[in-house]
Write a protein that binds this ligand. Structure first.
Ligand SMILES: Nc1ncnc2c1ncn2[C@@H]1O[C@H](COP(=O)(O)OP(=O)(O)O)[C@@H](O)[C@H]1O
Ligand SMILES: [Mg+2]
Length: 234
């Protein structure tokens, strides 16, 4: 689905992403973990076409990815909502795709229900809490049924109940739509709960990637072992 071929990112004389190779398969959920400053967000920016790598190539569905693609939805760490209603925010992706109004209405209603956001449909996005904002941003990203959903710490500002709901939604959509999900999480338990495979980044390096259970139970690299054991957070 997304093939990462020897990509690196250099800013000034600092390599913030060291040469990285990876292949993301269709319909799988990938967790990305690692300490702050490891290069996780940079990696997401590059594989979604928002940041051109200094070296290397990204392929999406077999073609070179050189700019953001409408089939890849991204929710950034601090999602930006349009200053209109929740309804308008969620409907946006369908409007720009020229879907007819009644169809949009049905789809938005359906997704707001799944996200338990119906009661906020007519509320201005300005007045939402952090958790609600994150949910609306995710609903807006999912409604277009993207091939790939990229999320940077999607549940960072949510309470446990919302975290649970969002994890269920991500898993359900991934299964139903065969949607590939790539999510950065600061929460190792979240990766354990929902990721098929997990990637561990440290100091701009992709240190280790494996089936999630394998990575957590039999980490190969010393840095991975330490991180999992909670010995290092920087
Ligand atoms: N535009 C930029 N200019 C200079 N340094 C940057 C830039 N973006 C990120 N960095 C640096 O690159 C490193 C990796 O950042 P980031 O990818 O945001 O890490 P993470 O998401 O893992 O916390 C950090 O040290 C950060 O300060
Ligand atoms: Mg980050």
């Amino acid at each position: 689905m997304i093939e990462v071929e020897n990509i690196s990112v250099q800013i000034g004389n600092k390599m913030i992403l060291k040469p990285t190779n990876f292949f993301f398969k269709k319909g799988k959920i990938y967790g990305i973990i690692g300490p702050n400053g490891a290069g996780k967000s940079t990696f997401l920016k590059v594989i979604s076409g928002f940041l051109p790598p200094t070296h290397g190539t990204i392929y999406f569905l077999g073609k070179r990815l050189i700019k953001p693609d409408p089939k890849i939805s991204v929710v950034w760490q601090k999602p930006y909502l349009f200053q209109t209603t929740v309804y308008q925010n969620v409907a946006y992706g369908l409007k720009v795709r020229h879907m007819n109004k009644n169809k949009i209405k049905t789809k938005v209603k359906e997704i707001l229900q799944k996200f338990q956001l119906e009661h906020l449909a007519m509320q201005k996005a300005t007045y939402l809490s952090g958790g609600e904002t994150a949910k609306v941003a995710l609903a807006r990203a999912i409604i277009t049924s993207p091939e790939v959903l990229i999320l940077d710490e999607p549940t960072a500002s949510m309470d446990p109940q919302n975290v649970y709901e969002i994890e269920q939604i991500i898993q359900t959509f991934s299964r139903q739509l065969k949607m590939t999900v790539i999510l950065v999480t600061h929460n190792m338990f979240q990766a354990k709960r929902i990721a098929d495979e997990t990637l561990f980044f440290h100091s701009g390096h992709l240190i280790e990637a494996n089936q999630t259970q394998m990575l957590f139970e039999q980490p190969k690299n010393e840095l991975t072992k330490k991180f999992i054991a909670g010995e290092t957070f920087f």
